[in-house]
Design a binder for this molecule. Structure first.
Ligand SMILES: Cc1cc2nc3c(=O)[nH]c(=O)nc-3n(C[C@H](O)[C@H](O)[C@H](O)COP(=O)(O)O)c2cc1C
Length: 442
């Protein structure tokens, strides 16, 4: 039977709720050291989750007044962190976010190839194009870079990275002491890429990764983002609000995949959810409400400003959202702006929208007892609204531990989640092909 893919998402090291760091049970300075993340990985691996997924930005969010004071949340760099975790875990997938806009493809290809070797085929790259002006300003720009170019360039970039991973064929390293041949020169290739945005000669100086290509992940639902995923990604993290939306989303992606010469099995879609598990529904609700009391009002308003791309702090907090920018000419996060337009159409006040963003961003909460949560996930999964879930825990480590020890066993009993790891690599376990090598003579 088909089973769910489950990935634990770490946005802030203290949880996905923006102000979870204030919770009395949240971790403190240990978020800058390995043992804390080692314990998150150990809990996830004991529950046989498929992967841990570390978010990242290459800048500190500080446009609005409250950001640095309450929320900025500096964190460890994900590839470095996951390299360390590769040594203290054995099966779980290690997905790191890295920007295609602000890293040279040669550097990035080396880092992920190395992580794949060190982890014996467990690495994945969450390709982001970076949409914050604060990031652009760390890399020679005065403001955000253009949305369409960002994605067009990212498409070329991922091509280059994949070509670099192929540039040393699997059997190219001989280490033959007898003949004196370290490698077979016929199986090592310059990629000689020169196109609109990038010029890279190659070959890469890291052997082909165990998975051929580390798993490629893309997150976010703008049209450009989805087209990039349809061409290149193995896993797509989506924001989907209902079973029906999930089914339509899948059907739309299948068409995009076909256009890109791929089949539906080539891409796994994981909707994000915000699991809140408790011994009763009342307790689950109290947990959500308690987190809400920790949020300074100003941070919510600034979060709304950031999602809208305009400063809303001058407008009455109990009034509607002001007129919002046009999607087509917007260079920030288009999927976020689309959500804001949907909230505006529902007539929500700035305060209401702020509450929703602080709580769960745009993903749905799945709340209740372990059986309640399992029921809802089962419904989504069996209806074809997702190949599994991206688990966005409001508070770490508590919510992760509860999910892993209470919900996962229930899903396993129902035959919906794996009870053992199978296969040699992350690709094998996710049901993804090992990509052929473009330089293969056959
Ligand atoms: C589950 C999820 C995780 C994401 N993680 C990151 C991240 O770690 N870093 C980042 O820069 N963007 C991240 N994004 C943002 C997307 O890459 C994308 O930029 C965003 O959804 C806006 O879409 P657009 O840029 O295509 O308009 C994430 C999006 C989602 C839905």
């Amino acid at each position: 039977m088909k089973r769910m893919i489950l990935s634990a998402f770490f946005f802030n090291p203290q949880g996905d709720h923006r102000i979870s760091w204030r919770h009395p049970n949240a971790p403190s300075r240990e978020i800058y050291d390995l043992p804390y993340f080692q314990s998150l990985a150990a809990v996830s691996e004991a529950a046989k989750l498929d992967a841990i997924f570390v978010a990242d930005h290459v800048g500190m969010w500080d446009t609005y007044e409250s950001n640095i004071a309450h929320y900025a949340n500096p964190r460890l760099e994900p590839i470095t962190l996951l390299s360390a975790l590769s040594a203290v875990t054995s099966h779980i997938g290690l997905l790191a976010t890295a920007s295609a806009s602000y890293t040279e493809p040669y550097n990035l290809a080396r880092m992920f190839a190395s992580l794949d070797h060190l982890s014996h085929g467990r690495a994945g790259w969450n390709v982001v194009t970076s949409s914050m002006a604060e990031e652009a300003m760390n890399f020679g720009h005065d403001g955000n870079i253009d949305h369409a170019n960002r994605y067009e360039r990212a498409g070329e970039y991922v091509d280059v990275v994949k070509a670099l991973w192929d540039s040393i064929e699997d059997d190219a390293i001989l280490l033959d002491r007898e003949s004196g041949l370290f490698a077979d020169p016929r199986r090592i290739h310059r990629i000689n890429h020169a196109a609109k945005y990038l010029k890279v000669r190659g070959p890469l100086n890291v052997p082909r990764p165990p998975q051929g290509h580390p798993v490629i992940v893309q997150a976010g639902s703008s049209d450009d983002g989805k087209n990039l995923a349809a061409r290149h990604a193995d896993v797509h993290f989506a924001v989907i609000r209902s079973v029906e939306e999930g089914q339509k989303y899948r059907a739309d992606f299948d068409t995009r995949l076909e256009r890109a010469g791929r089949v539906p099995e080539d891409l796994k879609i994981l909707p994000g959810i915000h699991p809140v598990v408790a011994s009763s529904r009342d307790e689950a609700r109290e947990k959500e409400e308690f987190l809400q009391t920790l949020v300074p009002e100003r941070i919510g308003v600034d979060l709304v400003s950031s999602w809208c791309g305009i400063d809303v702090s001058g407008f009455p907090i109990d009034g509607p959202l002001p007129p919002l920018p046009d999607i087509e000419s917007y260079d920030g996060q288009r999927s976020n702006l689309e959500r804001m337009k949907a909230f505006a159409a529902q007539g929500l006040s700035i305060r209401d929208v702020a509450h929703r963003l602080i709580n769960a961003g745009a993903v749905p909460s799945v709340t209740g007892t372990p059986a309640d949560v399992a029921d809802q996930l089962e419904e989504w999964f069996t209806a074809g609204a997702g190949d599994g879930f991206n688990l966005m825990f409001p508070l770490l480590p508590e919510d992760l531990v509860q999910f892993c020890t209470q919900v996962v066993p229930e899903l396993q009993r129902r035959g919906l989640a794996q009870s053992e790891y199978a296969g040699a690599t992350l690709r094998d376990r996710l049901g993804l092909r090992r990509p052929p090598n473009r330089f293969d003579r056959a």
